[in-house]
Design a protein around this ligand. Structure first.
Ligand SMILES: [Fe+2]
Length: 202
């Protein structure tokens, strides 16, 4: 029998997450999560060659043991790490760029699995970093895997969000995030206009 494929096991763990704890509690996010789950079920292997960045070294120590942390750890050597091409040391600062990155589990480009209409991945934001106000056309839901990060959207106040709680960003709503004193790891999913990257709001 062949050894289990860590990428497939990861996708299965992410599907189970969006079918279980990821869909609990937040009625505002529910319709999108139902759609993301359905698209994940149809994703097909793509497997770009692995790529690391400075922030990818933060992953292992920050991952929780609870699901889907174990599946993420097992598949980590396969990850193609990325940064938003609209961000650079010039507009975000060198400290931010050294602690920020993401890997896409399913999506239209450079993801472990091809899914044309969604993006599902993991954001890493190093200790104390502030991801400043930005927006994008895609609808988005975050699920932090770690505790204590702060989130703000639109005209709302900052709120500290416990692990596994959904944070919903409708299309083009300005939003920002702060990591606590430890690394923030958060699942995210996008739906809608998935190929237009986020831009800072001046
Ligand atoms: Fe966003």
């Amino acid at each position: 029998m062949n050894a289990p494929d860590p990428a497939r096991l990861l996708l299965d763990a992410i599907i189970a997450f969006y079918n279980g704890p990821g869909r609990a509690g937040d009625s505002e996010a529910r319709p999108m999560l139902d759609a993301v789950h359905a698209d994940l079920m149809r994703a097909t292997p793509a497997m770009p060659a692995p790529r690391t960045i400075a922030a990818s070294t933060l992953l292992e120590a920050a991952l929780p043991e609870s699901a889907p942390g174990g599946a993420i750890a097992q598949a980590a050597p396969l990850f193609y790490w990325r940064q938003n091409p609209n961000y650079s040391a010039a507009n975000m600062g060198a400290t931010f760029m050294a602690g920020y990155g993401y890997v896409e589990f399913a999506g239209p480009k450079d993801a472990l699995f091809h899914a044309p209409n969604i993006r599902v991945g993991l954001l890493v934001l190093g200790p104390g970093l502030h991801y400043p106000l930005h927006a994008h056309p895609a609808e988005e839901i975050y699920h932090p895997l770690t505790d204590g990060s702060s989130w703000r959207r639109g005209d709302e106040d900052w709120r500290i969000v416990p692990a596994l709680h959904a944070i919903h960003h409708p299309s083009m709503i300005p939003h920002e995030t702060k990591a606590p004193v430890s690394t923030l790891l958060s699942l995210y999913c996008w739906r809608g206009h998935t190929t237009t990257e986020a831009r800072l709001i001046a």
